[in-house]
Design a binder for this molecule. Structure first.
Ligand SMILES: *[C@@H]1O[C@H](CO)[C@@H](O)[C@H](O)[C@H]1NC(C)=O
Ligand SMILES: *[C@@H]1O[C@H](CO)[C@@H](O)[C@H](O)[C@H]1NC(C)=O
Ligand SMILES: *[C@@H]1O[C@H](CO)[C@@H](O)[C@H](O)[C@H]1NC(C)=O
Ligand SMILES: *[C@@H]1O[C@H](CO)[C@@H](O)[C@H](O)[C@H]1NC(C)=O
Ligand SMILES: *[C@@H]1O[C@H](CO)[C@@H](O)[C@H](O)[C@H]1NC(C)=O
Ligand SMILES: *[C@@H]1O[C@H](CO)[C@@H](O)[C@H](O)[C@H]1NC(C)=O
Ligand SMILES: *[C@@H]1O[C@H](CO)[C@@H](O)[C@H](O)[C@H]1NC(C)=O
Ligand SMILES: *[C@@H]1O[C@H](CO)[C@@H](O)[C@H](O)[C@H]1NC(C)=O
Ligand SMILES: *[C@@H]1O[C@H](CO)[C@@H](O)[C@H](O)[C@H]1NC(C)=O
Ligand SMILES: *[C@@H]1O[C@H](CO)[C@@H](O)[C@H](O)[C@H]1NC(C)=O
Ligand SMILES: *[C@@H]1O[C@H](CO)[C@@H](O)[C@H](O)[C@H]1NC(C)=O
Ligand SMILES: [Cu+2]
Length: 620
């Protein structure tokens, strides 16, 4: 009897989901499109099929997505696409080849090639996004919202609005990257954007009607800065973060790091207010090493009840500490904290110069360098060796997990920067999240050790939350720490990295290989996968160095540059480059020197500088 009713329940559930699940097919060909996102500076953006912005994608729970991504770049750039927050759960079919990061779960797609991203969204619901996972391409517009609608949302609203927060650089990503990752930028100062963007434009107007409730889905799809959002005379009630429903929490100020999503209900005024209101978008200026005087740090958008009421004034935010704090949000389902861990990984995060003079980012003194073959290829072709982290190459910070283990990741920040850490394939519980301990204005590399407050397990700074926040991207504060836990219940190859894309470019990443034998059982490399690799001249078998005769032979493994020569400290190197620069310009003091101005628009000054530095044979 019981068996029968369970069976019929199962059958009806199965039929219902089968009947409603749809497949959404897209053909996207990448290419440069002339646009003027901020109305100030025309530039080329990365669009699909000749259009920019690229479309938002809306699906329902359980649906399948088939995206044919064709590389249409004519400048030789390779590409790939990642659906941020998707679990690609092995139990929903085998889609680990669809996660997107280049050289982790696929090869770079070369011009003229097409790769199919084909996966179901499984049980996942809420606010996600998709973006390029090759170089910093997404900053130039190769990103869109990805919304999974749910008939059973635990809240009600009349209309939804999807809003991407990002920033704009006027120069193309490859130029900004080149200017960032050079020995002429020895402190690793992040490139300063020229503008904020709100849903890919500068000024926006959102129409409100009295009496209605709106669901505002915010996505920080930027490369770099965190952003605050403040609403004049209206409150936000947070109901979802990163695809996880939370106990409603009301606030006037939201904070989103890059990669994060926050959905909030906003109740419009009951009666016609006879005025319009300001929705403020504000850059977290603490993240900027220098603030150029012309940079506009906040933008005012109009919540329009009636066009005739005129534009709203700025809404002033007095205390940014009032922003909703992710650590205190509780999941709607009140999921309890994993009470212990099986495996603990501690990452000390540092930024420093290596022998080529460039500033790199490190987990435990290792900066991520792409292996010769994607880690997925190594997992699927290494047979019994797949359980041994040594075959993945020490320069990717690899960790192998067994199914069911509770993993605790401790991040200690020996850097005065903010870092939003993102894990592919999982949500994690936020077990500890310290405040920042940065001493303003102090960037001296050799003082970081004194300032930094590491996680001390026997004396945690925060009480352990009984029902912790759960999400896929978390903020690590300057010189502080965070502690995360998740269960290794999703076999895969999961990239764990800082979502400040400049820091990822500097190598702030690790790769988690979860239950490799389950992956081997469920997967073979598809013909499409192998073709893409072959076209790029990448082997379809082998360890991180491309060897398959001896799985522990690491000859030819791509490695990080050597350290600075002994006696040539990072601090000395920075001082030398700075004094050379200062001597050249003769006008600036080191203190207020704008480092991103190191590469001035004036090409002649740049060339002279280069020559002087080369003649002095600084870095090698
Ligand atoms: C998309 O591309 C595929 C393969 O290139 C092709 O078979 C299909 O007809 C295209 N579909 C649409 C809707 O353009
Ligand atoms: C945005 O608003 C500012 C200030 O009101 C105005 O100067 C600018 O022209 C507007 N830009 C666009 C693209 O609408
Ligand atoms: C996508 O994957 C599903 C499940 O494996 C398969 O049935 C379908 O044919 C695939 N779609 C394409 C276009 O290959
Ligand atoms: C933001 O832009 C997307 C398309 O890029 C659009 O679908 C969406 O409605 C816009 N959001 C608002 C609030 O206008
Ligand atoms: C916003 O929430 C605060 C605190 O809950 C409350 O005091 C205030 O009245 C609310 N404001 C509006 C406009 O609803
Ligand atoms: C916006 O920036 C201006 C200066 O750029 C500042 O005066 C103003 O207080 C800021 N407003 C908010 C809400 O932060
Ligand atoms: C809402 O968030 C604040 C901190 O931002 C926290 O103190 C409070 O406990 C939260 N309330 C609920 C119901 O989650
Ligand atoms: C990393 O380097 C620092 C400074 O050189 C050193 O103190 C530390 O012990 C190293 N850490 C690891 C995990 O190797
Ligand atoms: C994989 O390695 C782990 C840890 O070294 C070990 O406990 C486990 O038994 C290994 N699994 C297999 C199937 O060899
Ligand atoms: C960690 O905390 C314990 C308990 O307060 C203390 O005895 C110990 O010295 C601390 N460890 C470090 C490295 O600070
Ligand atoms: C993956 O699916 C399994 C089986 O349904 C489930 O137990 C596990 O929680 C899922 N993991 C994730 C990260 O979705
Ligand atoms: Cu970072």
């Amino acid at each position: 009897m019981i068996f029968q009713s369970v069976l019929s329940l199962f059958v009806s559930f199965f039929c219902a989901s089968l009947a409603s699940a749809r497949t959404h097919t897209f053909n996207f060909t990448t290419g440069w499109v002339t646009a003027n996102p901020d109305g100030v500076h025309e530039r080329k953006m990365i669009g699909f099929n000749g259009h920019w912005p690229v479309p938002d994608i809306h699906v329902n729970k359980g649906d399948r997505l088939e995206v044919y991504l064709t590389n249409g770049f004519e400048d030789g750039a390779s590409t790939s696409l990642h659906f941020h927050g998707m679990f690609h759960n092995i139990s929903d079919g085998n889609s680990i080849q669809m996660d997107g990061p280049s050289m982790v779960t696929q090869c770079p797609i070369l011009p003229g090639r097409t790769y199919l991203y084909n996966f179901t969204v499984g049980d996942q619901v809420g606010t996600y996004w998709y973006h390029a996972h090759s170089g910093s391409q997404y900053g130039d517009g190769m990103r869109g919202a990805f919304i999974i609608h749910d008939d059973d949302e635990p809240f009600e609203y009349d209309e939804e609005m999807v809003i991407q927060l990002s920033e704009l650089y006027w120069k193309p990503y490859y130029t900004v990257t080149d200017e960032f990752l050079t020995r002429y930028n020895p402190t690793g100062a992040e490139p300063i954007p020229q503008n904020l963007l709100f849903n890919n434009t500068l000024n926006a107007t959102l129409d409100f009607e009295p009496g209605k409730t709106y669901l505002l889905r915010f996505i920080n799809s930027g490369l770099f800065v965190s952003q605050y959002v403040a609403f004049e005379s209206h409150n936000f009630t947070i109901v979802e973060i990163d695809g996880v429903y939370v106990k409603p929490n009301t606030t006037n100020l939201l904070y989103l790091t890059t990669g994060q999503r926050v959905s909030a209900l906003v109740k419009a005024k009951e009666q016609d207010p006879h005025k319009n209101f300001a929705l403020m978008q504000i850059m977290d200026e603490v993240m900027l090493d220098v603030i150029p005087p012309e940079l506009v740090l906040n933008r005012t958008h109009e919540i329009s009840y009636n066009k005739e009421y005129g534009k709203p004034e700025d809404f002033i935010v007095n205390d940014f500490k009032e922003a909703a704090n992710e650590f205190f949000l509780t999941t709607f389902d009140e999921v309890e904290l994993y009470d212990d861990y099986d495996v603990q990984i501690t990452f000390d995060i540092r930024m420093d110069n290596l022998g080529d003079g460039v500033s790199y980012a490190f987990f435990n003194n290792v900066t991520y360098v792409h292996p010769k073959v994607p880690t997925l290829t190594t997992v699927l072709t290494s047979g019994k060796y797949a359980n041994d982290s040594r075959i993945y190459g020490d320069n990717i910070n690899p960790y192998v997990f067994q199914r069911g283990e509770i993993i605790e990741v401790v991040l200690n920040n020996y850097d005065p920067g903010k870092h939003p850490f993102h894990l592919h394939g999982h949500n994690f519980q936020i077990v500890q999240q310290s405040p920042g301990f940065r001493e303003d204005g102090d960037y001296s590399p050799d003082q970081q050790d004194e300032i930094t407050v590491r996680y001390n397990e026997s004396a945690p700074l925060m009480p352990f939350p009984e029902k912790p926040a759960l999400r896929d991207t978390v903020l690590l504060q300057p010189n502080g720490h965070v502690v995360l836990r998740f269960k290794a219940d999703n076999p895969g190859i999961w990239f764990f990295h800082c979502h400040v894309d400049w820091h990822l470019t500097q190598g702030l990443a690790s790769v988690f290989i979860e239950d490799p034998f389950a992956l081997q059982k469920a997967n073979i490399l598809s013909e499409n996968y192998k073709d893409i690799c072959s076209a790029a001249g990448i082997l379809n078998v082998g360890n991180a160095a491309g060897h398959s005769d001896d799985w522990f032979n690491m000859d030819g493994l791509p490695r990080q540059p050597n350290p600075l020569p002994t006696g040539f400290t990072a601090k000395g190197y920075i001082a030398f480059v700075l004094s050379t620069l200062v001597a050249l310009w003769g006008l600036y003091s080191i203190a207020d020197y704008g480092l991103t101005e190191v590469i001035p628009d004036d090409q002649k000054v740049y060339d002279t500088l280069k020559k002087v530095l080369d003649e002095n044979n600084i870095a090698y």
